[in-house]
Design a protein around this ligand. Structure first.
Ligand SMILES: Cc1cc2nc3c(=O)[nH]c(=O)nc-3n(C[C@H](O)[C@H](O)[C@H](O)COP(=O)(O)OP(=O)(O)OC[C@H]3O[C@@H](n4cnc5c(N)ncnc54)[C@H](O)[C@@H]3O)c2cc1C
Length: 511
């Protein structure tokens, strides 16, 4: 049982060598920490022997209390805590911090099963979060063990969607006791949102990015024996995989790729030569689902890391833990059985993947904004300037109003699209949803732009400081543009959306 003290007792410990403070109702003996305090001795001496709750929360996140819990020596006798300490897996009560169903509103889309899944996943990912953020800070390759924990909980399959989950052994249960056959796109939406809570876009890309956009090409187009080998390896986290389409010469214009695959004289293998640029997870990948030019068009090949395959780091605005790579293929021998789909019809494979890639990005982006808004809401409540909380300033409330309404509007569209995906065959999705998903992505990233801008202004200097209170805001404002470029840039999405709509434009329509 924790020791209890009175406030008067705490007030007697006010020297550098004997320094106690109160945060909420907890008492910390900082005598051994004074010299280590990154902010120096002065701020601690100002609150020595006193209640430092307001001063603490003006400067630090709750994580700091967890990190230094060894200095906690007791609590104030007879007082009840006033501040809620976050517990792993719990849902937030801060308005708009969760989508409406998870805050107690009605929804036609979800059931309690989705809540069970969300909380179970959140608990798992909360435990991994400090490590994910560490990789984000150091740029280190996420370890095999880290990736395999996700595999063990079936979160790698779940990240690819209901079709990949169906490939898990019969009887497999996902977190929260969710059965394989129950897993629909709303569960997938929840899962992407939960991964976004790491606020570690580099690490997320390194562990999940390459795999999520490349494994479906194997699931849907590989020869059965290749699929039987590669799918379990990747879904368990034993092997890593990347999608290699873009090249230094061509990004948006996929048809312009120059990497070649020439059939050998005996027809047993292709010889691949060329270079690929910005390949997510590429530096760590064992397999590359690769777009190549064959004699009469574009084809897709599954290339295993082997002689002639080289990967080099590309330094982007997010962490090196993303494994973003420049990949070169020099006379790489690839067995013909590794052809994905039909020779010269690789475009079909490339296009088949885009809707889901964009969908998964939308889910993560919507939650990324939600987290930032939650941080802003909390910060505006606890930061005092000119003798008032920031939230007491109408201009700050106006910014929050704009952020919340833009984010919630986008989320409502995303849920509508999720519902369509749940009720459409794959072919129907391909024809009917390419345009709306593209337009939703276009507007989602415009929303991210606005949220990043307002969040920076609300956080001030901390928005451009990599650690501490503003860590999430700094990460977000530095990386939100990734979603506006990857998986189809804003301009291309806008154009695709309207061109798709034009296909269904009635010829007889007149103003
Ligand atoms: C960090 C990172 C990770 C990536 N991961 C992968 C990966 O795993 N696999 C992979 O294959 N690729 C990957 N990419 C590549 C990504 O898909 C391309 O960057 C993207 O398609 C845009 O291509 P680009 O950068 O060459 O831009 P470009 O195609 O050169 O376009 C430049 C700009 O012009 C605009 N533009 C282009 N065409 C038009 C037009 N017709 N009308 C109006 N505007 C236009 C674009 O919107 C863009 O803003 C990644 C890129 C990055 C930065």
């Amino acid at each position: 049982m924790s020791k209890t003290f009175t406030r008067e007792e705490v007030a007697r410990h006010t020297s550098e060598s004997d320094l106690w403070i109160i945060i909420d109702t907890d008492i910390y003996d900082l005598s051994r920490f004074v010299e280590l305090h990154p902010g120096g001795v002065f701020p601690l001496m100002q609150v020595a022997g006193k209640d430092a709750t307001d001063q603490f929360y003006e400067m630090h996140k709750q994580d700091v209390l967890l990190k230094y819990k060894r200095f906690k020596i007791g609590t104030i006798a007879g007082e009840k805590p006033q501040i809620h300490m976050y517990q792993p897996g719990e849902l937030s009560k801060v308005p708009y911090a969760e989508s409406s169903f998870f805050m107690g509103y009605k929804s036609p889309y979800y059931s309690e099963r989705h809540t069970q899944f969300r909380q179970a996943v959140r608990k798992i990912l909360d435990e991994l979060k400090p490590q994910a953020q560490e990789y984000e800070a150091t740029g280190e390759r996420p370890s095999d063990e880290f990736t395999q924990i996700l595999g063990k909980h079936h979160l790698l399959a779940a990240n690819i969607g209901p079709d990949a989950v169906k490939l898990l052994p019969p009887g497999t249960l996902l977190p929260g006791g969710i059965k394989v056959e129950e897993y629909d796109y709303f569960f997938e939406l929840v899962l992407h949102e939960e991964f976004a809570r790491w606020v570690s876009p580099g690490t997320g890309t390194g562990v999940l990015g390459g795999m999520t956009i490349s494994l479906p090409t194997v699931v849907n187009f590989a020869k059965p024996h290749i699929k039987a080998k590669v799918v379990p390896e990747v879904l368990s986290g034993q092997k890593r995989m990347a999608l290699a389409i873009s090249e230094p010469y061509t990004g948006s214009d996929v048809a312009g790729i120059k990497t070649t695959a020439t059939l050998s004289a005996d027809g047993s293998h292709y010889i691949v030569n060329g270079v690929k640029k910005w390949i997510s997870t590429g530096r760590f990948a064992d397999y590359f689902s690769t777009a190549v030019r064959t004699d009469k068009g574009i084809s897709m090949l599954l290339i295993e890391r082997s002689e002639g395959v080289e990967t080099k780091a590309i330094h982007t605005s997010y962490a090196q833990s993303a494994g973003t790579a420049y990949v070169s293929f020099e006379n790489v021998k690839v067995p013909v059985e590794n052809l994905l789909g039909v020779e010269n019809q690789g475009f079909k494979v490339v296009l088949s993947n885009f809707n889901h890639e964009r969908y998964s990005m939308l889910c993560g982006a919507s939650m990324a904004a939600r987290i930032i808004i939650q941080d802003c809401f909390k910060w505006a409540n606890q930061r005092k300037v000119f003798g008032k909380r920031l939230i007491d300033q109408p201009v700050i409330r106006n910014k929050l109003a704009g952020m919340i309404s833009q984010m919630e509007s986008m989320h409502a569209w995303l849920e509508n699209l999720t519902y369509q995906m749940n009720h459409m065959s794959y072919n129907e999705q391909s024809t009917k949803l390419a345009g709306p998903l593209a337009l939703c992505k276009y507007q989602m990233t415009r929303m991210l732009h606005n949220v990043a801008d307002d969040a920076c202004q609300i956080f001030g200097g901390r928005a451009i400081t990599k650690t501490g209170m503003g860590r999430n805001i700094e990460t977000f404002q530095r990386t939100y543009k990734f979603s506006a470029i990857l998986g189809g840039s804003e301009e291309i999405m806008a154009d695709l959306g309207v061109r798709q709509a034009m296909k269904y434009f009635p010829r007889d329509a007149r103003l």
